[in-house]
Design a protein around this ligand. Structure first.
Ligand SMILES: [Zn+2]
Length: 287
């Protein structure tokens, strides 16, 4: 029996979830090192849920310091099939205002130093990533967002910058010319790993500011972001509570079969060490 079916990742400003029943913490070890913190397991609206703050409680990890592989591996180990990530983002468009919600359907990679694959070191796999967000989970979050009373923007491209400094104005204007919608530092890396681990994935992007392109807006500062984020945190939790009630009991989408044709290494050439290291992820294909 899996310990959790739905995983929730808290971002900046969201380090715990309200409304958990029967909650308890679990510290996990993974072959990729330690996750950002203990997972909090419990029931949310009757569903078995695991929560993890990706920056750690007390906000201890920079975006590039987060051990994304350990975090996602931990969720997989707990039995998680659906992963909802809450995230603070900067807006690249006038009409995407602070405190509004964007549910992105695309990502654009501007990271430099991330370890964003479970594969390598003895096993090769290339997953399809043309549609990086689970379509079913996407629809559920859009619906839940509207029901919660948020202004929801359906779809859009999330640029995953490296950080930790925010964008220069030249960068911000370039992203705008490219038609991108929101900017953040973490969610593409998670999406890649979720796909490899065959977990359905979606991001709730909560707009906190206008990045730095909007000359009449307040310059982006951590202080401004945290203030709006506290307002956003409550809404994000309301949306998640509504969303978990709509998630089906079983994964019926392609996300659950992402590795079916992705592993290129011949089974006879996959070592026992690799099989053990990736057991929760590739085990079902190597019986
Ligand atoms: Zn899916």
């Amino acid at each position: 029996m899996p310990e959790a079916e739905i995983g929730i990742i808290g971002g900046t400003g969201l380090y715990e979830m309200e409304g958990f029943a029967e909650s308890h913490s679990v510290v996990l070890e993974t072959p990729f090192g330690d996750p950002s913190d203990a997972y909090v397991l419990g029931k949310l609206e009757g569903r078995n849920v695991a929560f993890l703050p990706r920056h750690g409680r007390g906000h201890r990890f920079m975006p590039h310091e987060i051990n994304y592989r350990a975090n996602l591996y931990g969720f997989k180990k707990l039995g998680v099939k659906w992963l909802i990530s809450m995230s603070a983002v900067g807006s690249l468009k006038e009409e995407l205002r602070p405190t509004e919600v964007v549910i992105p359907d695309q990502f654009y990679d501007r990271t430099k130093t991330r370890k964003d694959t479970f594969f390598g070191d003895g096993i090769v796999a290339h997953v399809s990533f043309g549609d990086p967000v689970c379509k079913g989970l996407f629809r559920i979050l859009v619906e839940a967002g509207k029901e919660a009373g948020a202004v929801v923007h359906v779809g859009g491209t999330y640029v995953n910058m490296e950080g930790p400094a925010f964008s220069t104005r030249a960068e911000s204007n370039t992203y705008r010319k490219q038609g991108f919608d929101v900017i953040g530092m973490t969610n593409l890396t998670q999406a890649k790993l979720a796909r490899e681990a065959e977990m359905c994935y979606v991001t709730i992007a909560m707009v906190t500011d206008y990045d730095c392109w909007k000359r009449d807006a307040e310059e982006v500062s951590v202080e401004t972001i945290v203030r709006v984020l506290q307002q956003n945190a409550q809404m994000a939790q309301n949306i998640v509570k509504l969303a978990v009630t709509k998630i089906p009991p079983d994964q019926e989408c392609e996300c659950a079969r992402a590795l079916e044709t992705a592993i290129l290494t011949r089974p006879e050439d996959i070592s026992e060490e690799v099989r053990q290291r990736l057991a929760p992820i590739i085990g079902k294909y190597l019986k």
